[in-house]
Write a protein that binds this ligand. Structure first.
Ligand code: HSE
Length: 440
């Protein structure tokens, strides 16, 4: 007769019972039997760090499980795994360090902390002989960390292009499709619960940049410095740019790009970028995320799904918990972040190469185009197309002049922008974005 061994109980300390933390408790309960069948482990949340134990909650936990002292999660020898979902970079850092030192496996969704102090934390994890899992830190429910660590382990990663902030993608989608202003689209995103009351981390591009740093570090085996990453938010995109982008056959997305060049220099950037309308990433709308990974063996692979929210993000935390539990049970081995130093150097942002979209507000008089072209020519930046719409001249005689520029290093583009802004015929700060001419 085929009898299953009784499941091994694994005890968890959970820090943070907000949206995602509550989702972890709820969904562990919902799929308990399935998880036991698949992993042989019965995952039990025994202790929970909360800010206010008296607060009414959707999930049922015994009052004695709640604590306001993070140290309780570390000091309790019964707890084998500590899940950090409190966010921030101070208490979360102290908790994770103490948990590792106490020999507990750590699961975290804290992208800002990993992007800022990942190198120290993974070195400590190595020293303590316990892994840190972080699937929920990037792209919510999309299991992109496992993809890079396991599914594509036999590949050199050539590039990653990702739409990895749902809030920004929702705002940009509404600006493009409904013609809303940035403020209107942000208000709508807040109303629907996609954007936080303080949306700064998302709209500044930094949330996506933190995720890009993690993906790049995993892909290239050395920890990427934040200072080497170019980050630009979506706050100042003008609705006019969506119109011109569409006319030129592009959409505007907050795109994270990670790419190694032939010398092995790694560029990491997150900024509003024009993508061809026909490209698969262009159709990623609303709050969805997508990550396009190009490996030297596999070619292009695309991962799509919800990048935020209670259930998708708790799905990733639970995946980490299962892996952590199987490690504790001795049925799986995992080495966490593996530094392999294949490449090892970040590319300075100024050297990164791309094509550009440029919109100038210029005097509508003869000779203006020649002056603009002369500045670009002097800096050896080619022009691939020009639009000067006849119907958009304003009452002061100014008109938009839109140019698509050939590939040039970012530093040279900055020099060109300074030169153009200094021309008397250019009446406002130029609006410009990178263009990724990805093949559809
Ligand atoms: N706020 C993020 C987003 C999810 O909008 O995608 C958490 O990183």
């Amino acid at each position: 007769m085929n009898t299953r061994p009784s499941p091994r109980t694994v005890s968890i300390g959970l820090a943070g019972l907000g949206n995602v933390g509550a989702g972890v408790v709820k969904n562990l309960e919902r799929n308990r039997d399935l998880i036991i069948q698949r992993t042989g482990c019965d995952l039990r949340v025994r202790r929970v760090l909360v800010r206010d134990p008296a607060r009414a909650r959707d999930v049922a936990l015994p009052a004695e499980a709640l604590t306001q002292r993070w140290q309780d999660l570390v000091e309790d020898p019964q707890l084998q795994i500590v899940v950090e979902l409190i966010g921030g970079t101070s208490t979360a850092y102290d908790l994770i360090c103490a948990a590792l030192r106490a020999g507990k496996v750590v699961v975290t969704g804290n992208k800002a902390l990993l992007a800022e102090r990942g190198q120290e934390l993974f070195a400590l994890a190595e020293q303590c002989g316990v892994p840190i899992f972080f699937e929920a830190a990037v792209a919510g429910g999309i299991p992109i960390i496992q993809v890079l660590q396991e599914g594509l382990v036999g590949n050199r990663i050539l590039s990653i292009h990702g739409i990895i902030n749902g809030t920004c993608n929702y705002i940009l989608t509404r600006m493009a499709q409904a013609g809303l202003s940035y403020q209107e689209a942000l208000g709508e995103a807040q109303q629907k619960g996609y954007a936080e009351a303080d949306p700064t981390l998302d709209v500044s591009g930094w949330d996506a940049a933190h995720k890009a740093i993690i993906l790049a570090s995993l892909s290239y085996g050395f920890w990427i410095e934040q200072s080497c990453v170019r980050v630009q938010g979506i706050e100042s995109i003008d609705p006019l740019d969506f119109k011109f982008a569409a006319r030129l056959g592009y959409v505007i997305k907050l795109l994270s790009v990670i790419r190694a060049d032939e010398q092995g220099l790694v560029e990491v950037r997150t900024e509003p970028t024009l993508l061809p309308q026909g490209h698969v990433l262009a159709s990623v709308s609303g709050s969805y995320n997508a990550v396009l990974v190009n490996g030297d063996v596999v070619g292009e692979t695309l991962f799509y799904g919800r990048g935020a929210g209670q259930d998708p993000t708790s799905s990733s935390v639970i995946s980490d918990l299962c892996e952590a539990a199987m490690i504790q049970a001795g049925t799986l081995r995992h080495s966490g972040f593996v530094p392999h130093g294949l490449y090892g150097r970040s590319k300075p942002a100024g050297e990164t190469l791309s094509c550009y979209y440029l919109r100038l507000q210029v005097d509508d008089v003869p000779g203006v185009l020649a002056q603009v072209a002369a500045q670009l020519g002097r800096l050896e930046i080619g022009i691939s197309s020009v639009i000067q719409p006849e119907d958009l001249e304003d009452s002061s005689g100014c008109t938009p002049l839109v140019l698509m520029l050939d590939a040039a290093p970012l530093a040279r583009m900055h020099e060109a922008l300074r030169a153009l802004e200094a021309l008397p015929c250019v009446r406002a700060a130029p609006s410009w974005m990178r263009v990724e001419r990805l093949q559809a």
